[in-house]
Design a protein around this ligand. Structure first.
Ligand SMILES: C[S@@+](CC[C@H](N)C(=O)[O-])C[C@H]1O[C@@H](n2cnc3c(N)ncnc32)[C@H](O)[C@@H]1O
Ligand code: SF4
Length: 459
């Protein structure tokens, strides 16, 4: 990673999508209506034996971390969550009625916000609302995001009893100067205590989230943070590049540009995480994750069979996913569908007996082809060209002539990828720039040229 010069870094550090979906959410529009979503649900009901993924958004947090880019509602008022759960139950009933006997789940994910903002009774209530209408396939991934600062032992025990087998903990950074700069005070002991408790309960897979590029991070401080993480040895870690998007998330203005590490330092921070994790039994997964080599994600990455959806990396994706709760995104019958982000609109829609879908996107054949290419490169740093040709009936070289020229004139010269007529492979130094490589296959970016305030920067 150190072989990348400052000039090259400056050239590649430009605004670009993170490709949690293709096309990205920026393309979603209101022409995709609640009525169209109901049609999609009805079509989905016609394949009752096909498994589904379900995402549930639980948006509440007690306080805001100033770096946060998630869809969050900050509140300490009692009763706000209970009112939301009533609405959520109405949405579950409405959608499950349409899905009829399409009930088998292979992936079930509670994200936020902070799902453990909810009380024990509220957690049980949400779980029951789904368990009454859906069933879990053997080996289903049942996952939740938790904040160690607010998650109690009793909540952990309840989650285990309900069947959650993947728990992801937000950590971000253990350094107190960094924590102060981002308004997130979390001691190493809080993280260690919850981690040990979850281990003792026999939770199958534990993940820690870190962010690099936060204010006041230095190579020395971040090295210590990663060393502390290694003492605990979670199964998986995410090391996210800080997405600084104050034009979208106004509260990020509390973070001063001059306190952020320079791009060379930012790259160094990721290099440190990469060096320490890979030296200690972890394997890099996609752009920003690491997993112990024996973990199923690591195995899938070695076999080039990793997938990714809005819930993260997965080994067993369902073709269709359904999102519940404010801002949740589903992917059903070749279309993305997103609920409104506003609590009052969410409630209003349900009061009127409508689904709270606000926007979405129906993918064309061209979108599907590009999506497969981008997904494979993002997950596996590898593209089987012949597999794309077979799956979509295209001649890759002519279909993507412009994209290939762009890659040959840039990333290939700089040693970021190698290609033959059969395959494209992202090289180890190119991995940090995989977003840039994928941008060559993006059919929508040209429209956003000149608009600087759409995406976060790629480095
Ligand atoms: C919903 S939170 C995790 C659960 C819980 N709310 C917490 O923070 O502990 C999801 C994760 O997104 C990541 N994240 C949030 N804002 C980000 C940003 N602006 N850039 C990069 N990663 C971010 C953090 O690592 C965070 O742990
Ligand atoms: S990072 Fe987590 S705890 Fe902090 S505001 Fe965002 S969702 Fe809430």
């Amino acid at each position: 990673m150190s072989s990348v010069t400052a000039d090259l870094l400056a050239k590649y550090d430009r605004p670009g999508p993170r490709y949690t979906s293709y096309p990205t959410a920026v393309e979603f529009h209101e022409g995709f209506t609640p009525e169209r979503y109901l049609e999609k649900l009805d079509q989905a009901a016609a394949n009752p034996s096909e498994p589904l993924s379900v995402y549930v958004h639980l948006p509440f947090c007690r306080e805001r971390c100033s770096f946060c880019g998630c869809n969050v509602i900050i509140t300490q008022k009692p009763g706000v969550a209970a009112a939301y759960l009533e609405d959520l139950e109405r949405e579950i009933a409405m959608v499950a009625d349409r899905l009829k006997s399409r009930t088998r789940l292979v992936q079930y994910h509670w994200g936020g916000g902070t799902p453990t903002f909810l009380s024990l009774e509220e957690i049980e209530r949400v779980f029951k609302a789904f368990a009454d209408r859906f069933t879990f396939e053997p080996g289903a991934e049942i996952a939740i995001e938790v904040d160690p600062r607010v998650t109690t032992h009793r909540q952990a025990e309840l989650l285990r009893r309900l069947g959650f087998n993947r728990i992801s903990m937000g950590v971000q950074d253990f350094d107190t100067d960094v924590q102060e700069a981002v308004n997130r005070y979390q001691t190493f002991e809080q993280t260690k205590d919850l981690h040990e408790h979850l281990r003792g309960l026999g939770v199958e897979s534990i993940n820690f989230d870190f962010i690099y590029g936060l204010p006041h991070q230095t190579p020395e401080s971040f090295r210590k943070t990663i060393q502390l993480a290694l003492e605990l040895r979670p199964d998986r870690v995410a090391v996210y590049s800080y997405a600084f998007v104050p034009w979208i998330k106004a509260h990020q203005k509390a973070i001063h540009l001059e306190d952020l590490p320079a791009r060379e330092v930012k790259l160094q921070l990721f290099g440190i995480a990469h060096e320490l994790f890979t030296a200690d039994g972890y394997q890099q997964i996609g752009m920003d994750h690491f997993a112990l080599a024996e973990d199923s994600l690591a195995r899938a990455a070695r076999e080039h069979t990793l997938h990714r959806n809005f819930m993260g990396y997965t080994t067993h994706p369902a073709r269709d996913s359904v999102g519940f709760g404010v801002s949740a995104i589903g992917d059903l019958g070749g279309a993305f569908a997103q609920n409104t982000k506003k609590l009052n609109r969410y409630k209003d829609a349900l009061d009127r007996g409508r689904t709270p879908i606000e926007r979405g996107f129906e993918r064309s054949k061209d979108d599907e082809i590009r999506r497969d290419v981008i997904q494979s490169l993002m997950c596996n740093f590898y593209l089987d060209v012949r597999a794309i040709e077979r799956a979509h009936g295209i001649d890759f070289a002519s279909y993507f002539a412009d994209s290939l020229r762009e890659l040959d004139e840039g990333p290939k010269i700089h040693g970021f990828l190698a290609r033959t007529p059969e395959a494209i492979e992202v090289t180890p130094p190119g991995r940090l720039f995989v977003r840039n490589i994928c941008m060559a296959f993006d059919g929508y970016l040209k429209r956003h040229e000149g608009e600087t305030k759409v995406f976060s920067r790629t480095v």
